[in-house]
Design a protein around this ligand. Sequence first.
Ligand SMILES: Cc1ncc(COP(=O)(O)O)c(C=O)c1O
Length: 424
Amino acid sequence: MRRRVFSSLVPGLAALGCAPQRADAPRSPGSPPAGAPRGPDDEAWWSQIAGLYPPLDFINLENGFFTRAAAPVMDAHRRARDAINREGARYMRLSLLPALEAVRTRLAALLHTVPEQVALLRNTTEAMNLVLQGLPWQPGDELLGSDQDYPTNVEIEDTLVRRRGVVLRRARVPEAPASDAEVVDAFVRELGPRTRAALVTHVIHLSGQVLPVAAICAALRERGVLAIVDGAHALGQLEVDPAGLSADVYAASLHKWLGAPLGNGVLWLRREHIAAIEPLFADTSKASDDIRRFEHVGTRPAHDVVAVDDAIALHEHIGVAAKRARLLWLRERWVDAVASLPGVRLRCPRAQPRASAIATVAVEGMAPAALAERLWQQHRIYTVAIEHPVIQGVRVSVHPSTPVAHVDAIAQALASSSRRGPGA
Ligand SMILES: Cc1ncc(COP(=O)(O)O)c(C=O)c1O
């Protein structure tokens, strides 16, 4: 059903180049390489992945904000947009619903769950607002956050304190934990008598640290605390199975590591929580246990959602394990090159399973913004400065399309910045 409906909107996956190909099959421009990479350093294979993205005249090492969508995804996006503009209201009334259900089904499979537990939203921010503001808080109830929560989550937390009388508690996430137990303890230690829910970030935006979410959520659920996971940077980088992680709620953005067009997010809920959360946008037409009641935001650019199917197809063609291996290999190449340079301080975990594509680095005597500016002005390398009470530095995030030359360039640029010092 899904495939039939979808293929009536846009060409099938084979036409998009995402179907498995024989190694000797001719590739059309914009189609991914055949087969699987021989490893994270199979440059011939990965350079074909890089070829799916428009060329840039600078070095982009800020892939944490969002990642550009690849050519097959943007082709599908354009085709869906054209169909919408050709057919108008008829498309929206007849074709859109089955197309959305097709995406829901595919996302559910990616999350090892069923479509009834998946809401198609615009981003993690929307999902977090829906859940945290929609819970039945009583004044004096406690919410546990952490000292490294993403700023939009901090804004939601502050809003709950101001509007709903929620008491906020904060775990201090260790920067270089020696064990999972140390991280679990950082959360459990801060639970209070009225802690109803805790917000746990799967991959921290400041340092790329991957938290032991399964162990944290299990400890929270054992204590009757709702485990709400922000997976903005996890989905697409890691295998994500919210139920397997013991989460109650799992939210993620699809325009980050999954490579979907901008404006796509997902919310997974345990079935028993669907009716307990009050939607922010009124929807009285659906049953209280229908997760679709969280999607009621009026008319929106439907082609954005339709093309998620193609982003998942490309992601699955690469394979999450191969993708993660490539990301870690690229990251380790530059991190290892700068780790022992005098004046260079890494502000990210080195060892598995804590590391991700994101890593943060500081140069002694140089403010993060000054370092980011120097990287840009002198080396045409785009990064982002992190000025946070806990972690300061320049955040460098690689992508499967990042060429080796780009990670070598950041290593050399950091070496020259550390040699020259702040005044140079
Ligand atoms: C950890 C984390 N959570 C949430 C968000 C918000 O994502 P979005 O802007 O897609 O809603 C981000 C964005 O970078 C993030 O890093």
